[in-house]
Structures are given as C-alpha cells and as structure tokens.
Design a protein around this ligand. Structure first.
Ligand code: GAL
Length: 415
C-alpha cells in the first residue's frame, strides 16, 4: 500500500462506501477531480467538459492545483466514503493500491466493446488493468524529456540550432547567459527536479542504463561511470537556473520562455499547451527538441479512474465519461490543446503540430521510447528518489558520489 493511501486510511474514520443513493437525475452528473489549472490545461479539460455536456451529461469540475494535492484529495474522498465520479492520476502505479483494495469500478465491458486493446500502447494497457480488467482509462501520451526553447532568445544569443549533445547544450546555455537571459527555466518542485534528472539520466547514460536502473534495479548499472556522469551533468545544470527558481511551479516557469526572458525549459509537453494558450505556434515563436542523447522518448500520461459505486446514475456517468474521452474527435481536440498525443493509434493525427508529429515518430518503434518513472516504479520509491534528487539539486556542495550511493540504497530497499 502506498504511503499516501495508508495515511488517508489512518486519518479518516472509514465509513464505508455508503452511496449517496439520491433521486434519479435527468442527466448523468459527473464530478471530476483533476489538477489541470494552467492556461493550456484548463483549455484542454474544457474540451472534455464540453464534449461530455454535449453528449447529455453534466460535468462538475473539481480542479485542485498540483498533482500531489489532487491525488491526495481523491484518495481522502474515496477512503472517506465520499468519492468523486472520476479522478485523474498519472498512467502507472499511482492508483495501483486503489485497484488492489477494490476501490475502483471496472470498465472492462467498455474496453471490450470499444476494442481499446487494439489501439492503445501495450504498456499503457498493462498500467490500466488488473487481472485482465480495465480500471482506468488512459487518455493521452505525454513526452517528458522535451526541451522547449525561445527562438527569439536563441537568435539574440547566437545559438544557431537546438543542442543535440550535452556539450552543445552547455555551450548554448553559456551563450544565453552571456547575452543576459535566464539560460535554463527551471521550477523548484520535487517532481520538476525529478523530471529534469530523469531526462538527463536518459540522455547521458542511455536507454539501457536507464532501464537497468528503474526496471531491473541493477547494481552494476547503479555503480557504472555512466550513472555517475549523469548525476554530475545534472549538478552542472544548477548554475543555469535563476534565483527565482525555488518553489516556482512549472507554468510560471514556462512563462519565462514564452515571454522571451529565458532560453530553454526541459519539461513534459503539457508545457506546449501553455505556449499555445499564449497564442504561440511550434516552429515559429518556440521550438522543441528532445533533451540531448540518443533520441529516446520518455513517455507517461494521464488516466481517469472511476471510484467504486453501485449507484446506477453514477455508473452511467462514469461510462459516458470514459466513452466520450476516447472518441476520436475528442481525442484529437483534447490532445491538440493539451500538448500530448492521442492514446489511439487508429485516428487521423495529421492536424497535430510539428512537435507532436516528432513524438508520434518516436512512438513507432519500441527502441526509441521508454516509460517514465511513474510507469516503472512504485509511488513510494518514486517519492523517495525524488527526495534524494531534490536534496542534491538544492545543495551545490553535495557530492555526486553521495547521491549515487543514496539512490542505490533506495532502489535496493524500497518496493
Ligand atoms: C502531469 C500530467 C500532465 C500535466 C502535468 C503538469 O503529471 O501528466 O497532464 O498536466 O502534470 O500539471
């Protein structure tokens, strides 16, 4: 059981899943908890809400800023016996406990009828199912090791092309700094620092070492010169972040690149949603390229889960939500504003922007993609590794060797 669920169960008097029986409603009403509050995210969730309402439902929006806060609220509501109709998690192991404890409704019937297994990436099917049943609907694929850059800042700093190696990246950062801009737009939250570290790890150490560490927890990979080099490279990036980085969220951080104050942000492609919401176009005001290294797309995504209920109206609303979210038209409209790519491989994606098209190319082969840490390791371990990364990032005197040792210990001792 994750620490989050354990805490929620301890803190709440478990009053069981008494269901607000309620009089039959005319429209299936769905309260949906999610953490999509930035400009791009709000535009994207509005697509879901509008499509659900058009399909005859009534969307009740419960936005809670910050993934961690949103997921905690969902777990507390479920354990407290007052679950929402649906709630967002990241694709992966974050909701595994809820499934195992029997706290979610199966949506297998919909999955069979809609042939979901035919068009979703197998690793996402695996992350959303237990004992052959779907308990979550994955709705997108987000690339997480993108560099988004301001073309204006690059031009004014004399950076001719997006860096393709780490040497080129450091040279570009130096030039941007010399020209008086913030070189690296970096926010100051645990998950943002972890995302940066994982992007650097993948780029510097390569896909094999990355997978050996997260999937196999391989001692030799943890002791390898490649892993140490990745930690050192990550540490070297500290000097390019600005003073305001501490505690800053990702959307305010993306705004630095959007407004031409900073050169590069390494972030998931939800950031692209913010560039678009600000009226910018990929390839015009901003560009995108994968973080240096052998081109490998680090992927994750979002799912919605449907807390257990036997209230027929709620089940109806849950089924309608899952159906609407996966409709081809909704998928294209939603992902276009969200910055991600559709979860369906069977739809026309020709209208997507040039970054999304690059992403779709990487997704064609298993050799150019890896799962992010949410897909590969438990939430508890991911949280502990995040603590180690954050501590290292925020203490310029911390030694890379100590971080390597702490990382190895956590990977060997936490499930
Ligand atoms: C991620 C999520 C994205 C994005 C981001 C920032 O966890 O997968 O959809 O919104 O958080 O809020």
């Amino acid at each position: 059981m994750t620490a989050l669920l354990r805490r929620a169960m301890l803190a709440t008097t478990f009053i069981g899943l008494t269901l607000t029986g309620a009089a039959a409603q005319e429209k299936p009403k769905a309260e949906v908890i999610h953490w999509w509050t930035s400009g791009g995210e709000a535009a994207a969730v509005k697509v879901f809400a509008d499509k659900f309402n058009e399909a005859g439902g009534e969307w009740v929006d419960s936005a809670i800023a910050g993934g961690e806060a949103s997921r905690s609220a969902t777990i507390n509501r479920i354990v407290g016996g007052n679950p929402p109709t649906a709630a967002q998690f990241n694709t992966g192991k974050q909701f595994q406990d809820l499934t195992q404890q029997g706290l979610l409704n199966s949506i297998e019937e919909l999955a069979v009828a809609g042939k979901w297994r035919d068009f979703m990436p197998p690793s996402f099917v695996e992350a959303s199912t237990k004992d052959g049943q779907f308990y979550a609907v994955p709705i997108n694929v987000h690339g997480q090791n993108w560099m988004f850059y301001s073309k204006d800042v690059f031009e004014k700093s004399g950076v001719a092309a997006p860096p393709a190696t780490f040497d080129e990246l450091f040279s570009a950062l130096d030039k941007i700094q010399a020209a008086g801009f913030i070189p690296l737009a970096q926010g100051g939250e645990l998950w943002q620092e972890r995302l940066l570290f994982n992007a650097v790890l993948l780029g510097v150490a390569g896909r094999d070492v990355y997978m050996k560490i997260y999937q196999d927890r391989d001692e030799a990979a943890l002791q390898s010169p490649e892993f140490l080099k990745a930690v050192e490279t990550f540490g070297r990036l500290r000097q390019y972040a600005d003073q305001g980085s501490a505690g800053r969220n990702w959307t305010d951080t993306a705004a630095l690149v959007i407004t031409g104050k900073a050169g590069i942000q390494i972030m998931g492609d939800w950031a692209k949603g913010d560039f678009k919401a600000a009226g910018q176009t990929a390839g015009q005001e901003f560009g995108c390229a994968l973080t240096p290294g052998e081109p490998t797309f680090m992927i994750g995504g979002d799912v919605f889960v449907f807390p257990k209920t036997s209230d027929a109206e709620q089940v109806k609303a849950q089924n309608l939500l899952a159906t609407v979210m996966l409709e081809p038209e909704t998928q294209v409209a939603f992902n276009t504003v969200k910055g991600s790519v559709p979860i369906r491989s069977d739809i026309d994606t020709s209208s997507l922007d040039e970054c999304a098209k690059k992403g779709l190319d990487y997704l064609k082969s298993p050799d150019t993609q890896v799962g992010n840490s949410e897909l590969l390791i438990s939430s508890d371990l991911n949280g502990s590794l995040g603590d180690i990364i954050t501590e290292f990032w925020n203490d310029p005197s911390a030694s890379a060797e100590d971080m390597v040792a702490a990382y190895g210990e956590a990977l060997q001792s936490i499930d």
